[in-house]
Write a protein that binds this ligand. Sequence first.
Ligand SMILES: Nc1ncnc2c1ncn2[C@@H]1O[C@H](COP(=O)(O)OP(=O)(O)OP(=O)(O)O)[C@@H](O)[C@H]1O
Length: 540
Amino acid sequence: MTDAHHSTPVLSLSALGKDYAAPVLDDVSLVLNAGEVLALTGENGAGKSTLSKIVCGLVQPTRGQMLLGGAAFQPASRRDAERLGVRMVMQELGLVTTLSVAENLLLDRLPNQTGWIRRGKLHDLAARQLAKIGMEHIDPATPVARLGIGQQQMVEIARNLQDDTRVLVLDEPTAMLTPRETSHLFEQIELLKARGVAIIYVSHRLEELQRIADRVAVLRDGRLVDVRAMAGVREAELVQRMVGRAVHEHEGRDRRIAGPVLLSARGIGRAEAVKDVDIDLHAGEVMGLAGLVGSGRTELVRLLFGADRADRGEILLYDGIAATQPVLRVRKGWRSPMQAIRAGIGLVTEDRKSQGLLLTQPIRVNATLSDLGAISHAGWLQRAKERGIARRLVELLRIRSRSIEQPVATLSGGNQQKVVFARWLHRECKVLLLDEPTRGVDVGARADLYAELDRMTDAGKALLMVSSDLRELMAMCDRIGVMSAGRLVAVFERGQWSEQSLLAAAFSDAAGRAASAAPPTAGSAISDPNPGQPATADTP
Ligand SMILES: Nc1ncnc2c1ncn2[C@@H]1O[C@H](COP(=O)(O)OP(=O)(O)OP(=O)(O)O)[C@@H](O)[C@H]1O
């Protein structure tokens, strides 16, 4: 915290509470000072978003008061709060994707004295705003829809960096950002602090909080259980406060003997997004996929699941026993996700909208949706069985809910993610593709998910996991592939990677040259799919 602003209260919360069917926030009192970053953390469903939304006028509290600069503060809407300089960067981006970057940045203040938008001025102002966060290379006239998700997130951040901002709430702001974008954001946060802006920073990424926050507040079950200075706080201590129990960090995988190949892709590609990738997924292994946002990781996974159609290459499926002859060979990839699902492929992504969660339906329906075979008998749904499975999954993944009848729309973000995961847990799939499966998931739940992934590989499934969290990949994977500009530029075996070599490969150029840091045995070449067995790629 800068000394000049030291302990000048900007925002005071006193005995705030929010009830839905039951209390989800209770008796929260807190003072936020000028020029400080307060980290807000806690388990999924602890109430972080609810508290943030109350501060920013999106949700009204059931009880309690707020003061802004000493005056009563009761925003009735987000606009109301913004007029008083209280702004929020939300996880779900609020940009109008059909409008340009400039129009989005200055939506509220279009320079429009005569009824005409003066485009030149608009673009000047927008360019200045973009330059603040190191985005000067973006043309303000670009439609937002053409930007990658990380860049959209940066525009959302830029939009909230107005001169009149007094309180800024950032909800998991770095989830979609590259390391470089993250450093631009952190620089900007330092400048805001120096200007006396008070910042609430919501995140599950503890190492990030330690880097950026002055104080940390922990919510548990809707109550504030701890507020303390960040300096010197150990990660384990925080986790203990959050979860109320010790969480054992995943010890890292033992090197497993990989089984035979279950799925291969040869030369699979789609336009410029994925360029002729060869990849083999083995029974009993977790393969990681690292790379920058936009490097083609998600696009590759979507091709392997049939969510997008490949325009070249082929997918080969093996029975997992002899693995010399593919049991199925699909040119240009799957025709539809249904074809992939029937062949035993599953996909968990963090994009809950594309997961087809039926938001108005209860957990019970959503958790068992992909497995009607297991709960129907002679065409009848067996309710008792459905309830049994749903209860078991809720318990196993600690899905925070009133009951299995709670509609998924009213679960917290992280708990919705667990429902998506639950679906594939008991399903008979051979290959599970996971795209950022733990984004927005708290530390305790993360440990539970990792244990489940271990069990799946013990049962002989093949897992492919995309993650932007290198620590997670290094702990969980047997091999890590790195993508850059649509190509798989390197595959590292366990024991051969370091954070540095993975990053170097991620930043390597599009020509497919693996970074020089990659060890010669593991760099650019993809390992033989079945050591000691005949190569499968050319098998008819
Ligand atoms: N509209 C609603 N109706 C009923 N319950 C709700 C509603 N909105 C939120 N809740 C409940 O409030 C609790 C707190 O949710 P909130 O989204 O604030 O948690 P969070 O700490 O932000 O979680 P996450 O880390 O998963 O984002 C959850 O149990 C959630 O189910």
